[in-house]
Ligand binder design. Structure first.
Ligand SMILES: Cc1cc2nc3c(=O)[nH]c(=O)nc-3n(C[C@H](O)[C@H](O)[C@H](O)COP(=O)(O)OP(=O)(O)OC[C@H]3O[C@@H](n4cnc5c(N)ncnc54)[C@H](O)[C@@H]3O)c2cc1C
Length: 443
């Protein structure tokens, strides 16, 4: 436990001693001396970190207004320390950040019998997961100076302009993206005013998530590893989606659902899907062995921000395995609308058997003068003319010096590999959209 500055009569508690007290508290945080840190607080100490209100002023009343943190007594701080020490704190999960708490501009604002009020500025640097963050603000303390040692009776911390990223999985955002300042708007907690720009097509406004009743129409065994299926929805007018989006499909006779990208645009209420046949998989088993025309299925969606934006420049489609599905829907729409810009697709699979629906790509190439595609098989024993991974066949010319919109979809390792490849090449595309076909957690 850190030693606290010696007790001193109120009138004599000098600025230097106050600074020593503040530095000691800060050092406890940097040293992760949680008990020493708690020892700086009076039992009735309040701890308040206000939020910012609509007028860009910090909220004042923690009982009636939103706060970032509020504890009414030291008990709240003790609970927080308990959660940190037992790894139950979402804010401070392991590894604990390395920090440097720095204090400046210490001013005594008011002195009285048994108390002193002060304010100071602070900057805290924090390092975790190879990322450094800087937080800054102003703190207002009331020190209880009536006892043997000064103790914090009230602490208000104004965090001047920052956000917390919230909790999320690495699949959603990589550490490099977080470092580059990217955030997940579904998780981020803004703690000051911010401007949000949404580069979304207005068409997005026309789609809304709902549960759509439907019936299995047919399944198509495309290869030993891939199955196509189509569903007829009961209320076609109710279901609209953007090409590239996905939907959660109920697995008949179970309580579960699986996510699937639409592989077609709706045609008279019929929608199609392209699915990898995973031996023993719940939906895979249903589709490959149990499905009967007329089986009731519920489609909940559409979901997702992976959808085709207006094509305004050269565009690259990168598909891995059944990650082809959303591109089939995109190409169907483009074929109907026409497209003035070149679109190149690289469709990579693991084995020859995974290469399906190539006839649809050929049809799109015939209908769309700017559309070209190349198929790639990873299996070294394949007789296919192009072997390897998608990245092996990604020509610099297709990247167009970064003036390119890139759409990427497939299993998580493939998506990660392509993203790492583009990062390593230093390619900064005009826009970049990806979808990972992550396995369901609901098994
Ligand atoms: C947004 C989104 C869109 C998707 N769109 C498609 C799509 O259009 N086409 C498609 O085929 N899939 C898609 N998926 C994956 C799909 O939702 C299912 O996870 C997949 O079809 C397996 O379901 P299942 O019920 O057959 O297997 P499950 O019963 O879920 O799993 C059985 C076993 O297989 C493993 N497993 C599951 N998926 C994979 C995988 N991809 N690779 C290796 N092992 C796996 C599981 O971990 C489990 O051990 C998408 C996923 C997401 C998140």
């Amino acid at each position: 436990m850190s030693a606290l500055p010696k007790a001193a009569p109120v009138a004599d508690l000098s600025l230097e001693e106050i600074c020593a007290f503040l530095y000691a508290e800060a050092r406890c945080l940097d040293d992760k001396d949680w008990e020493g840190w708690l020892a700086h607080y009076a039992p009735s100490a309040t701890f308040h970190m206000p939020a910012w209100d609509d007028d860009d002023l910090p909220t004042e009343n923690p009982q009636t207004e939103i706060s970032l943190i509020y504890y009414g007594s030291k008990q709240g701080l003790e609970d927080r320390v308990f959660r940190i020490k037992t790894d139950r704190s979402s804010a401070t999960s392991l590894p604990e950040p390395r920090t440097s708490h720095n204090i400046s501009n210490v001013e005594i604002v008011e002195r009285g019998a048994g108390f002193v009020k002060l304010r100071f500025n602070w900057v805290s640097d924090s390092f975790r997961y190879k990322t450094s963050d800087m937080y800054f603000g102003t703190s207002f303390y009331t020190l209880d100076t009536s006892g043997a040692r000064p103790l914090i009776a009230a602490k208000k911390v104004i965090l001047s302009g920052d956000y917390t990223l919230g909790s999320y999985i690495d699949d959603a955002m990589t550490q490099d993206e977080a470092k580059a300042g990217y955030v997940l708007t579904c998780q981020i907690k803004a703690t000051s005013d911010c401007v949000i720009s949404v580069p979304a097509s207005s068409a997005v406004c026309k789609v809304k998530i709902a549960a759509h009743a439907g019936q299995m129409l047919e399944t198509r065994a495309l290869s030993p590893s891939s199955i196509g299926f189509s569903v007829k929805v009961a209320e076609p007018a109710e279901l609209s989606y953007l090409p590239g989006q996905y939907v959660n499909v109920s697995v008949p006779d179970t309580t579960q659902a699986r996510s699937y990208s639409f592989s077609s645009m709706p045609r008279d209420g019929v929608v199609e899907f392209l699915v990898r046949n995973i031996p023993g998989g719940l939906m895979s088993t249903y589709l490959s062995q149990l499905a009967r025309a007329g089986d009731a299925m519920t489609l909940t969606g559409p979901v997702g921000s992976f959808y085709l934006r207006d094509v305004t420049r050269p565009t690259l489609f990168l598909a891995g395995g059944t990650g082809l599905a959303p591109f089939l829907a995109m190409l169907e729409l483009l074929t109907k609308k026409g497209c003035a810009h070149p679109i190149h697709m690289i469709y990579g699979v693991t084995n020859d058997a995974d290469l399906v629906e190539v006839d649809k790509l050929e049809a799109a190439a015939a209908a769309l003068p700017g559309f070209t595609f190349a198929t790639v098989v990873a299996d070294p024993n394949s007789a296919h003319e192009r072997k390897g991974y998608v990245t092996h066949h990604l020509r610099d010319s297709a990247l167009n010096g970064g003036d390119v919109d890139i759409y990427l979809c497939g299993p998580p390792p493939m998506v990660d590999a392509v993203r790492a490849y583009l990062d390593q090449k230093g390619v900064k595309p005009a826009s970049f959209h990806f979808e990972k076909f992550s396995p369901s957690e609901n098994k």
